[in-house]
Write a protein that binds this ligand. Structure first.
Ligand code: EPU
Length: 420
């Protein structure tokens, strides 16, 4: 079993470069199924969710070639199957984008139920509502979602809840539909915009991505023969910003879009950290014990739920009592039990948690319950006194590229060990 051995405390200092966004890449890769041609993706993060997305595409008949460490060429001209195997789709959440893409391109999709982080109930009713509104019939049977349509017709769809996945999936399903589709109450996350930008670069006609209302004028085909660079990962950048504050460090984060992190910057200033933006870099430093602050997660441009656990580490050692209210996922406080093993004083109940700041954390064996919990526990290990052994690295490898190398370069004492 692999584990990360972290010996703290370390003060993080130096430069780090952010990879392409996981949650954009895992949508754009299946979106290439819409293209009757070849396209090249750049700034692709080298993470396990991307590798499995590529393997599924290959199973469906696409040709995927890594042309450099972060660039892939995808040829989707000869799709031979519309059925994505359950053992592969269950490995990650974003496999649900295969439904929108295959439905759009082939009018048929059979996709095993998606897996992904266990964050509580993760319904896909809004995805299904959107597909059905476009004219598809959708059934869930024997662990698979089976969707088909003789043809898809543009329509108006109101999302009952703001959903990143449903917004992107309906966008994928409607790109080649007859007529115009509108998505009202759409998600506005940077990766939603990135998927729309990618599709437009390939010949789609999508307007309004990044606002509450997205309008998709159906086109007859997407042309390919283009290169698209995936947006930098907002959450990875935010993870390093919070690691800089937690460790009272001084870190310059390169290849990021500071505007995507405005709400985090505001919170870091409340915590007593300093932030300086310059082009595609953010310089974050903190000279004293962080201040208490309250956080409520909400859809973009609100505070991202995917940065909540990492912010929780800062509040665990802040001066005073802080409260986090989680409004997106039911079970995103599993990491607090692990932080308590390290000496934190956190009481989590339902969707809120009270953080009584302690003076320091102490190393302990801890387990990542999900991807962002894993990132939070790495930060906790870096600032804690003594050795932290972190297990369940599969979760972390799904979404962070070379995470221990990046932290090591900033001065952390962190090693991956294969335990007998
Ligand atoms: N929801 C519904 N019905 C639906 C879809 C969603 O009720 O049909 C609810 C969910 O239960 C949740 C809320 O709507 O309460 C938001 O869910 P959303 O659909 O936006 O989440 P998602 O698309 O499944 C993506 C990211 C998550 C991130 C959330 C919120 C991907 C692959 N995953 O999930 O990322 O937490 O948006 O921003 O894009 C992560 O990267 O660690 C991660 C969990």
């Amino acid at each position: 079993m692999e584990k990360l051995v972290i010996n703290g405390p370390s003060r993080l200092q130096g430069d780090v470069t952010i990879s392409g966004a996981k949650n954009a890449a895992v949508a754009i890769i299946p979106a290439t199924l819409l293209i009757d041609g070849v396209c090249t993706l750049e700034n692709v993060p080298n993470i396990s969710d991307v590798k499995i997305s590529c393997s599924i595409l290959e199973k469906l008949g696409a040709k995927v070639t890594w042309i450099s460490e972060h660039s892939i060429k995808i040829d989707s001209r000869h799709i031979k199957s519309t059925s994505a195997p359950l053992d592969m789709t269950s490995k990650f959440r974003a496999s649900y984008y295969l439904i929108g893409s295959l439905l759009s391109r082939c009018h048929k999709a059979e996709v095993g139920l998606p897996g992904g982080c266990k964050l509580g109930a993760r319904p896909i009713d809004q995805h299904i509502k959107g597909f059905e509104a476009l004219g598809a019939s959708v059934n869930t049977t024997q662990g698979k979602i089976v969707a088909s349509a003789s043809h898809l017709i543009g329509t108006s769809i109101y999302m009952d809840t703001v959903s990143v996945g449903a917004t992107i999936n309906v966008m994928l399903a409607s790109v080649l539909a007859d007529g115009t589709t509108t998505i009202d109450n759409a998600a506005k996350e940077p990766h939603v915009v990135d998927v729309a930008n990618f599709l437009n670069a390939m010949g789609a006609d999508i307007h309004g991505a990044g606002t509450d209302m997205i309008k998709i004028n159906g086109v007859s085909k997407l042309h390919g023969n283009a290169t698209y660079s995936i947006v930098p990962d907002q959450i990875e950048a935010g993870t390093f910003m919070l690691a800089a504050v937690a460790s009272k460090g001084d870190v310059v984060i390169h290849n990021c879009i500071p505007e995507h992190l405005d709400c985090l910057t505001a919170k870091i200033l409340e915590m007593g950290g300093e932030v300086e933006e310059s082009g595609d870099s953010i310089h974050v430093w903190c000279n004293s014990r962080p201040n208490k602050t309250n956080i409520k997660t909400s859809p973009y441009p609100g505070f991202p739920t995917d940065l909540q656990p990492q912010a929780g580490v800062v509040l665990a050692i802040a001066d005073g009592t802080s409260i986090i209210n989680e409004s997106i996922w039911e079970s995103r406080f599993q990491y607090t039990a692990e932080l308590n093993k390290m000496g934190a004083n956190i009481t989590a109940q339902g969707k809120s948690a009270v953080f009584e700041g302690v003076d320091f954390l102490s190393g302990a064996p801890v387990y990542a319950s999900d991807l962002r919990a894993g990132a939070a526990l790495i930060i906790a290990g870096i600032i804690a006194n003594g050795e932290t052994d972190l297990y369940n690295l599969d979760h972390i490898d799904r979404g962070y590229e070379c995470i221990e190398e990046k932290f090591r370069k900033l001065g952390a004492n962190i090693t991956r060990v294969n335990e007998e």
